[in-house]
Every structure is written in C-alpha cells, then in structure tokens.
Design a protein around this ligand. Structure first.
Ligand code: CP3
Length: 339
C-alpha cells in the first residue's frame, strides 16, 4: 500500500507530494462515457461492480496517490426521502423540495446498512483491488440542504436563504437530520474500509461569514467530532471559501481543502498545523504544457511550508479536460516534488 497520501494528511514527511483530483472519475474520460452509455447515472451509483470499474478508471491511466469512492453527495439525501433524478445537461432534480415543517418532518434519518448497502459494498470491493488509499465522502449539511430546499441546483439560493432567514428553527431542524444521516453514512464507509473521509461543502461560499458561523459550521463541527475516534484523516473542502478559512480551520478536520481563488501560501498561514489540499484552477489544465508546469512549480513552492500538502485541483475536474493534460500534471507534481 502506497501511504504517501495518508502521511501528508497526518502532516508527516513524505518522499514526494501526493496528488489526486476531485471528480477524477467522470465524463472527461472516454471509458467513463462508455459505461454511462449503458446505464443512467443514478443507476450506476447503485451498482457496486460498475462503481468499482469507474473508480479505477483514472488510476489505470494516471499515477494518482488516492482513489475516491464513486458515488454522489445526493445518494444519502435520496435515502432520506428526496425524490431524486438526474437529467442530461440539467443536473439533479428533487421533485419534492423541502420548504415546510411537514416535508422536513417526513424526511427520515437514513440507515446506511438498510438504505445504502451498495455504497459499503463498493468500498469493500475497492479495498481488495487498490494499492493506494480510498477516500470516502459525503456532502456537508449546508450543501445538501441547498439541493433539498431548492429542488436542485440554483443560482441565487432564494428558497434556501428564505427558509434560513424566515424560519431558522425549521432550517436548523433540517440541518440536524441531514447531519445525522451524514454521520451514519460516513461511519459506515469507514467501517467498510474507507481510509480517509472528505466533506464537500460546494455552496458554503454563498453564505456571509456570520451566517456560515451560525447555520453551517456547527454541523460540520458536530460531524467531525463524531468521526474523530474512527482514526482516519478528515478533510473539509469549502468551495469559494476564502473568507471562511479561519472558520474552516476550526471545523475539526485534519486537512483543509482550498479552492483556486485563494493563494496557497495565504491559506497555509490560516490553516496553522492542519494539512492543506489543493488548489490548481481546474481550467489551468488547459494551459500550454510549459506554462502548466510553471504554474505547478509555483504552487508547490507556495506550499513548501505546509504541515502536509496534498496536490489537488481547486474544484472538480471539468468535463472537457484533455486526459493527457491530467497525466502531465500528475507526473510533473511527482517529478518536481521528489525529495
Ligand atoms: O471522482 C469523483 O470524485 C467521483 C465521485 C463524485 C461524483 N459526485 C460523481 C458524479 C463525487 C465526489 C461527487 C460529489 C458531488 N456531487 C458534489 C460535490 C463536489 C462538487 O463538484 O462540488 C456535488 C455538488 C454533487 C451533486 C451533483 N452530482 C451535481 C450538481 C451533478 C450534475 C453536475 C455534473 O457535474 O454533471 C452531479 C452528477 C455527477 N456526479 C456526475 C458524476 C461523475 C456526472 C453524471 C453523469 O455521468 O452524467
């Protein structure tokens, strides 16, 4: 087992800077498209053998130092009672959005053994195949709540903020139920063999810091507190989180994910003794090769004082990214950081 990724998460010295990429399995790979041609996305997520296959696809091509479970943050949300579907080019749709007391009460706290056995099965199968660590994940409660309340993706998050500001008690009740589901889902993944756990807070950055502190952070803190004694590295990624970094560093994670809008050196200053993960602009992978290498060099240089650095993108890989550019980036990180 190559443990470089786990060592960096723990802030230990490593032979080189480990690398993986958010959304490293997905549509930019023709072999993923081929699988998707045979089965809708949501179905795919429920077939362990196929999830194993698409998880492994990027690892066959590139020298990634970690694998991430193939699933989706909305899978546990569906198990709570959301009527979830995915439509080509539209993203997720939830047919019964959650905006009143009755709908919130109807949501159940998911039981991973009963409701998500295919996730744990995927984890178990993957562990027998992998020689790099496997990352499990879930959506952070606020991000999950936006999908539940809006009924899908959103631009202004009108319904989310309306519920938050006009019925804060109900909003907190919803966050409470989601958090409990996330805790159970992540514990089950770790029990099945996940060796690190990441919370994706894709929409944290739409909140004013004062609202993040009241409506989002306490739930992330609760989740990490409940997961601490699993003894696996915990990663918190708040997208668009430059103004939230001080608070993210208090979330209770071991590793802070940094999006590309923040200078890595500044982020390290705020992360204190926590490891950092990030933060190349995903579309910087379109740069001509020499410029891409130069930018990677600057990023590695900026991260030299980190108490652990995991090279990653600042958000998920874009679907039009040429796979050869991914290979170039991964290999160059390894080459330049070898010590
Ligand atoms: O390698 C990996 O990281 C794969 C596992 C993974 C997926 N989604 C698969 C996926 C992970 C970690 C996620 C997380 C996820 N899902 C997030 C947080 C990370 C982020 O990108 O901010 C969010 C917000 C979601 C919800 C979601 N899932 C949306 C909004 C969409 C539609 C937009 C899109 O990119 O298509 C999805 C679909 C989805 N999830 C796909 C994949 C591979 C594409 C589905 C397809 O094949 O058509």
């Amino acid at each position: 087992m190559n443990e470089t990724f786990l060592q960096a998460c723990r802030g230990e010295k490593t032979d080189y800077t480990p690398v993986w990429m958010m959304r490293q399995a997905g549509r930019y790979l023709p072999e993923y498209q081929k699988v998707r041609g045979t089965i809708p996305f949501l179905e795919l997520c429920k077939h362990p053998e196929l999830c194993v296959e698409v998880t492994l696809q990027p690892l066959r091509r590139f020298a990634m130092d970690a694998a991430i479970l193939f699933s989706d943050i909305l899978i546990p949300i569906e198990a709570m009672g959301a009527e979830l579907s995915f439509h080509e080019g539209q993203g997720p749709i939830i047919a019964n959005p959650c905006r009143d007391a009755e709908t919130v009460e109807q949501l159940k706290i998911a039981d991973p053994e009963q409701d998500l056995p295919f996730v744990q099965e995927t984890v178990r199968l993957l562990r027998s195949e992998l020689d790099v660590p496997l990352i499990g994940f879930a959506g952070a409660p606020f991000t999950c709540a936006t999908y539940l309340i809006e009924g899908g993706s959103s631009k202004f998050f009108y319904e989310t903020k309306k519920l938050m500001f006009t019925q804060p008690g109900l909003f907190h009740r919803l966050m409470d139920k989601i958090s409990e589901t996330v805790i159970r889902a992540l514990k089950a993944q770790a029990k099945a063999g996940a060796q690190a756990l990441q919370l994706f807070d894709t929409w944290a950055g739409i909140l004013a810091p004062c609202d993040f502190e009241i409506f989002a952070l306490p739930y992330v803190q609760r989740i990490f507190r409940k997961l601490r004694d699993l003894n696996v590295p915990l990663i918190y990624f708040a997208n668009n989180g430059a103004t939230l970094l001080d608070m993210s560093a208090r979330a209770g994670a071991h590793v802070i994910g940094i999006d590309w809008r923040t200078d890595i050196g500044d982020a390290i200053g705020k992360a204190g003794r926590l490891a950092v993960q990030g933060n190349l602009d995903p579309l910087a992978l379109l740069l001509p090769q020499e410029e891409l290498k130069e930018r990677i060099g600057r990023l590695l240089g900026g991260a030299r004082d980190a108490c652990g650095h995991i090279f990653n993108l600042g958000h998920g890989i874009h679907q039009l990214t040429p796979p050869d550019q991914v290979r170039l980036a991964v290999d160059f990180v390894h080459e330049l950081s070898a010590r």
